[in-house]
Write a protein of this length. Structure first.
Length: 347
């Protein structure tokens, strides 16, 4: 029974991820602005995280220094941009395209990791070649899905209250794909920034709490400056309230916790194999609940993106296997076995 929990966890995570796309898009179609949605989701997430932070031992908590708060401010600013572009892209593009384009993030993250010298590039290595080619293929698939529409494959009659988008369908797909493509780039940059911060301050819950606080502050300030309309923060409809509560819990805490646990139990490649479920769910739920039209271009682009995605993940798995084998060989060649954990010298 316990061995099946990671499988159940990843399937539930994919449902939660696609569900977030659906409820947030319905909330925005009801008139809720992007800034207010980000504010409420981040604020509710911070309220949930606050009591959890006290579970961490006092000795393990970082001092609230200027450097620590500055790091949280930086990832909060990047995270704010991620959510703004992500929700804006979700409003215009169909759920099938959004679900497929999420698979761009590993490849773009690889490019940033090379740029910041977090990964080395060996042109003679099959793993590096697979990651490089996979990144190019995935980006090409995103361009196909965004620029080529093709004939409709799945289409349900749309209700009048769901046709609030001001542009034509093809223009919506193009604008939504562009916005979400920018979102994927910024999300990859956020992962790099988080890696740097967590390396110095390995306290995920506390960093996530301050991250959520800063995102809420940025979104509130931006709304007051750019929109100057307090009615945008109204939660008078059930759709908006559900989106806020769902986004606060399932948008941040649940997905990150389940995903991290499954990666720790089964590895990153195991978690990655469940991404096609998200694409299928995004397509089906988008057509059923949002009356999205599923076009041939989205299908072709999604397939190309997934091919590139799995090429990147195969390269990462090959690289990890090589590192593990080298580590075993080094241990076997040594006269003594190295300890699994290194400790500080005694005073």
């Amino acid at each position: 029974m316990e061995s099946s929990l990671p499988y159940v966890g990843m399937v539930v995570q994919q449902f939660a991820q696609v569900g977030l796309l659906i409820v947030t898009k319905k909330a925005m179609l009801s008139g809720m602005t992007t800034f207010s949605l980000v504010f409420y989701s981040s604020a509710s997430g911070a309220l949930i995280l606050l009591p959890l932070c006290f579970l961490i031992k006092r000795s393990a908590r970082p001092k609230l220094s200027f450097h620590f708060l500055g790091c949280c401010f930086l990832i909060g600013l990047i995270g704010f941009l991620v959510q703004i572009f992500g929700y804006a892209g979700t409003f215009y593009a169909p759920s099938s395209l959004i679900s497929a384009m999420m698979n761009l993030i590993p490849g773009i993250t690889f490019l940033f990791a090379v740029l910041f010298r977090m990964e080395t590039v060996d042109c003679r290595s099959f793993s590096t070649l697979a990651k490089s080619i996979g990144t190019v293929v995935a980006i090409s698939g995103a361009l196909v899905a965004t620029l080529y529409q093709g004939p409709p494959l799945l289409m349900l009659p749309s209700h009048s209250n769901l046709t609030l988008q001001p542009l034509t369908q093809s223009a919506n797909v193009l604008l939504g794909g562009l916005l979400f493509g920018i979102d994927c780039v910024i999300a990859s940059l956020l992962m790099i920034a988080q890696a740097f911060v967590l390396k110095k301050y390995p306290v995920e819950l506390i960093i996530m709490f301050f991250y959520s606080c800063f995102v809420a502050i940025f979104s509130l300030a931006s709304s007051l400056i750019l929109e100057r309309d307090l009615s945008a923060f109204s939660l008078k409809t059930k759709t908006r309230l559900v989106a806020v509560l769902y986004g606060g819990f399932f948008g941040n805490i649940f997905q990150l916790t389940i995903g991290s646990w499954c990666v720790r139990k089964k590895g990153p490649l195991f978690a990655a194999t469940f991404h096609p479920i998200g694409v299928v769910l995004g397509t089906a739920m988008g057509v059923i609940f949002l009356h999205d039209t599923f076009y041939l271009g989205s299908l072709v682009g999604s397939i190309i993106i997934l091919i590139g995605f799995y090429s990147v993940m195969w390269g990462k798995a090959k690289e990890r296997k090589l590192v593990d084998e080298n580590g075993v060989n080094n241990l076997e060649s040594g006269g003594e076995k190295a300890p699994l954990l290194s400790t500080k010298d005694a005073n």
